[in-house]
Design a protein around this ligand. Sequence first.
Ligand code: AMP
Length: 215
Amino acid sequence: MNLVLIGPPGAGKGTQADRVALAWGVPKISTGDILRRAAASTDLLAIAVAGAMAAGELVSDDVMTTLVDERLSQPDASSGFILDGFPRSVEQAQMLDMILEGRGQLLVVEIAVPEAELLRRLGRRRICGRCGANQDTAAPDASACTCGGSFVLRSDDKEATARRRLEVYTRTTAPVLDFYRQRGTLQTVDGDLTPDEVAACISLAIEPFDRDLAT
Ligand code: AMP
């Protein structure tokens, strides 16, 4: 099963992608995680990637398509994957179609959350500097990660950059929803619920497709 989770920053795509990946035994492919690793390296790509991310802008479609094509060609993705953060433009969605030709059905689930709630969540989100795990400052054990790393504010979660990322989502990524809606593969779930409730909504949304594939 091939699944794309789409939603604005702070919608909970990463959290839900982890759950579905675990349930299905397929890899979660987060382009944000791939880019954060790339940005920490020392090559030329790192400079371009880090600059775009720090400004809350998108990394170029060409770079993204190459990275995703490479990742999806690895053996662990051959029987399915969860994409978290890709595609983020109609051009990327078109390139994904080409990459996936002959690889089975693609399901797309949008996680919808009101903007005020997104800004509240991004302001409270911390990321482990060592393993990349997310944490909410309101959680009871928010001081240190289980891996021993410290939680820090992601620089692109600072309010001005977070607002810019939401604008970029509305302008460039929201049209991807129409792209998939027109072909009948888009399901939308309410992301303004607890993580368990959202997970249940996603299961319900993909269950008919899951059943089709099983028969
Ligand atoms: P995320 O962790 O998914 O919120 O992504 C963090 C940042 O990585 C985004 O704000 C973009 O700068 C960049 N990024 C992630 N995925 C993509 C993509 N598919 N296309 C372009 N830029 C991306």
